[in-house]
Structure formats: structure tokens, C-alpha cells
Design a protein around this ligand. Structure first.
Ligand code: GDP
Ligand code: MN
Ligand code: MN
Ligand code: MN
Length: 251
């Protein structure tokens, strides 16, 4: 093979997703899957399909939420939802940065009020790895095809302005392409490089999806190579020097 022809297919025509919708079935009606395809699904639509949304009117903010909301100038009910989604708070101001039970660290715990009705918020799927596995199994059941699945969310980064897509859950592939022990073009053995492939793919999927009214919450990548590696993407608290620095600043 002297070329690499990766195809990127945005899935058009999906409806506004409601709780109870069979998202994998709706996607399979619009894509002729092939073995090895990588399907990226926006966490927002997965959460809506499973009812991982909340009505702000039903939330009573506690003392911490009221205190933080005064600093961040946010709705204390929204802040309470962020606290409810969080396992640990790394930073309260200028924005809440928290760790979720899944290990993902994100601004406002990924709680989102875009692309949902007024007064409702979307929370991230509590088990994003399970979500990816479930979609993968459903697609295999519906189509007989063996696909790989990513659950994405749009996130800010440290050190740079602007948001990109990252993977919060995946199935059928490892998160990391482990290059350690591989040799470069000059025969040097790579000692450090572990490429976070799921985030790279999620970022391009996020580009295809857009952030506002585009209505494209699913993207298929065809003809991507396979890789081997591992799933250890989250630092332990002892390894994570940025987190330690933030927490020492917070208290
Ligand atoms: P997030 O990155 O997971 O928070 O998702 P976004 O809110 O940024 O939405 C990603 C893409 O999915 C955008 O193209 C949205 O317009 C689209 N989207 C969000 N919700 C729906 C929905 O219910 N139906 C459809 N068809 N598209 C949606
Ligand atoms: Mn959103
Ligand atoms: Mn989001
Ligand atoms: Mn987004």
C-alpha cells in the first residue's frame, strides 16, 4: 500500500435525542458499518438518550454550591449539579475543575447546558467506558459488524486557549498506542512515547461535529490502522504534579 486513505463520515439526519431513544439503532439506520470502523459519539447525545440530564428547578443548592457560585457568578443550582457529578474538586475559581468518578478531570465536571432545553442540563455519563462498550455491543448485535467506539466531550486544555474533543470512554481499542521499545527511522529505540490515540481521534471527530446547531453527534472513521498499548490514561494523584500544584493553591 503506498497511500493511507482514511475516510471520515459525519452522520447526518439524526433527530433531537430524547430519553429512551435507541441511539445505536438510530445511527445504524444512517451508516453502513464495516468491520474495524471507529464510531465517535458525543457524550451529550448518549447522556440525553439515557436520561443523564437534570432540571435546574429540581436542584436545591447546598452551602458549598452557594459559596462557590458567588465567586464564579454562576447559578448555584448549576454549581450544585457540578458538585454532585464530582468525586474531587481541584479548583473552585475562576472555574470549577473537578475529577469525576470515572477518573476524567474537566471544567465544571463536564456539566453542559448547550444543546438541551432551557432549564435543563446534561451531565456526563457516569460510566463512559461502559457506555462505549454498550454501543459497540449494540452495533454488533444490529449489524454483525465489529466496530470500535469512542465517547467524546469538548474540553478546555491547560496552557492554551480553545477547546478540543477528548475521549472519555472507548471500547474495542486501547486508549494509548504504546511506542516504547519501537525503533525510529534511524534505529533509535523510543523510550517514552505513548500516544493518546483516542484523544487524537476524538479531537477530529469533535471538529466534524461542531459545537452548536450542526446536529452531527456521531462520526465514523474508516480505514484507521490498529495499534497495541494500554488504557492507563489517568495519572494517579501521586504522579500528577499539576493536580498537586492546583490543590495546594486551593486550600
Ligand atoms: P458535547 O461535545 O458532547 O458536549 O456535544 P455538543 O453539545 O458539542 O454537540 C456535538 C454535536 O452534536 C453538535 O453537532 C450538536 O449540534 C450535535 N447534537 C447535540 N445534541 C443533538 C441531538 O439531540 N440530536 C442531533 N442530531 N444532534 C445533536
Ligand atoms: Mn454541549
Ligand atoms: Mn459537553
Ligand atoms: Mn462539543
Amino acid at each position: 500500500m503506498n497511500s493511507m486513505d482514511i475516510q471520515v463520515i459525519g452522520v447526518l439526519g439524526l433527530p433531537l435525542i430524547q430519553q429512551g431513544d435507541d441511539l445505536p439503532a438510530l445511527i445504524c439506520e444512517r451508516v453502513a458499518f464495516q468491520d474495524g470502523d471507529i464510531l465517535a459519539v458525543a457524550s451529550s447525545v448518549y447522556s440525553k438518550s439515557k436520561g443523564f440530564t437534570r432540571d435546574l428547578a429540581t436542584i436545591t443548592p447546598g452551602a458549598d454550591a452557594v459559596r462557590i457560585a458567588e465567586k464564579t457568578k454562576e447559578d448555584p443550582r448549576f454549581v450544585q449539579a457540578v458538585l454532585d457529578s464530582s468525586a474531587d474538586i481541584l479548583l473552585e475559581y475562576p472555574f470549577i475543575l473537578s475529577e469525576l468518578p470515572s477518573g476524567h478531570i474537566g471544567v465544571r465536571a463536564g456539566v453542559d447546558h448547550s444543546n438541551v432545553e432551557d432549564g435543563r442540563i446534561i451531565i456526563l455519563p457516569p460510566d463512559p467506558m461502559g457506555a462505549a462498550a454498550e454501543i459497540r455491543d449494540s452495533i454488533r448485535r444490529i449489524t454483525g459488524k465489529n466496530v470500535r467506539v469512542l465517547i467524546t466531550d469538548t474540553c478546555g486544555r491547560s496552557f492554551r486557549r480553545g477547546q478540543t474533543g477528548i475521549a472519555i470512554g472507548w471500547a474495542g481499542m486501547t486508549a494509548i498506542n504504546d511506542y516504547r521499545g519501537d525503533t525510529d527511522l534511524f534505529g533509535h529505540v523510543l523510550e517514552i512515547t505513548e500516544e493518546a490515540v483516542v484523544d487524537e481521534i476524538a479531537a477530529f471527530a469533535n471538529f466534524v461535529m461542531g459545537e452548536s446547531h450542526q446536529g452531527v453527534p456521531a462520526v465514523v472513521f474508516r480505514n484507521c490502522r490498529t495499534w497495541t498499548g494500554h488504557d492507563t490514561v489517568y495519572f494517579t494523584p501521586e504522579q500528577d504534579i499539576i493536580r498537586a500544584a492546583l490543590k495546594s493553591k486551593k486550600d
